[in-house]
Design a protein around this ligand. Structure first.
Ligand SMILES: [Zn+2]
Length: 234
């Protein structure tokens, strides 16, 4: 059971900490939705451009000085210092440093205890999961492989999202089911993405419509990843 006596929880997770997060946070706040933002402390303040098919979008990282205020009311979590594919790194110490140094910087900036993570590129394997388990206080870590379902998962260090946020057709189908089913055990609708992707295809308006559709239902708990995935854990 989640807070406000419901079995239905909705949570969002956005990666990379780019300046489009400012507009996205304002949208989440407008609809009383909660998100976890996974940040690379090694990239703060760095500018770039991201290309996808025929589109391109600014890929400028937020500044460290704005992290606390910008993400206030949401959750900040680890996305490693430099965003490497962890599965390609042989040296265990480098993997631990990528996670732990990011976590420590983010804890200092936010003043919060950080227990969550999203894998850069969504890549993981058993070795990486075991390294995290043995050497860090990280309690959940997310990949990018959609389940298209709401079931609770046993391995929170290999957590899979329900869906990527630009898969609108499927997302509405899932939301229709989720909002109109009375569940008798806990279910989680978990949506992930990158805010810069909203600049591709100019999807801001469409995403806002979706948020309006799922928001402010009295029998849904809207929480950060930590609040939802670690619900009931001390
Ligand atoms: Zn990323």
């Amino acid at each position: 059971m989640f807070p406000n006596n419901t079995h239905n929880a909705i949570t969002f997770s956005f990666d990379d900490g780019v300046t489009q997060d400012r507009r996205l946070v304002a949208l989440f706040n407008k609809y009383n939705l909660k998100c976890t933002f996974n940040l690379n402390s090694g990239g703060f303040g760095k500018d770039g451009v991201c290309h996808w098919q025929k589109w391109s979008a600014p890929h400028n990282k937020v500044n460290s000085a704005e992290v606390k205020a910008l993400y206030s009311g949401h959750e900040v979590a680890v996305h490693t210092v430099n965003h490497p594919d962890l599965t390609t790194i042989a040296d265990e110490k480098i993997i631990i440093d990528e996670i732990e140094q990011d976590r420590k910087v983010l804890e200092k900036l936010t003043g919060d205890k950080i227990v969550g993570m999203a894998y850069p590129f969504g890549t993981l394997n058993d070795r990486i999961v075991n390294i995290i388990k043995r050497n860090t206080p990280i309690k959940y870590a997310r990949s990018i492989w959609a389940t298209y379902n709401f079931d609770l998962q046993d391995n929170l260090l290999a957590f899979r999202p329900t869906i990527h946020f630009l898969d609108f057709k499927k997302m509405y189908e899932l939301a229709g089911t989720f909002l109109n089913t009375e569940y008798y055990e806990d279910k989680i609708f978990y949506i992930w993405g990158h805010s810069y992707e909203l600049d591709f295809e100019d999807a801001w308006e469409e995403f806002e419509k979706f948020l309006a559709y799922i928001a402010n239902k009295k029998d849904v708990f809207y929480g950060t990843n930590k609040e939802v995935l670690l619900n009931g854990q001390k």
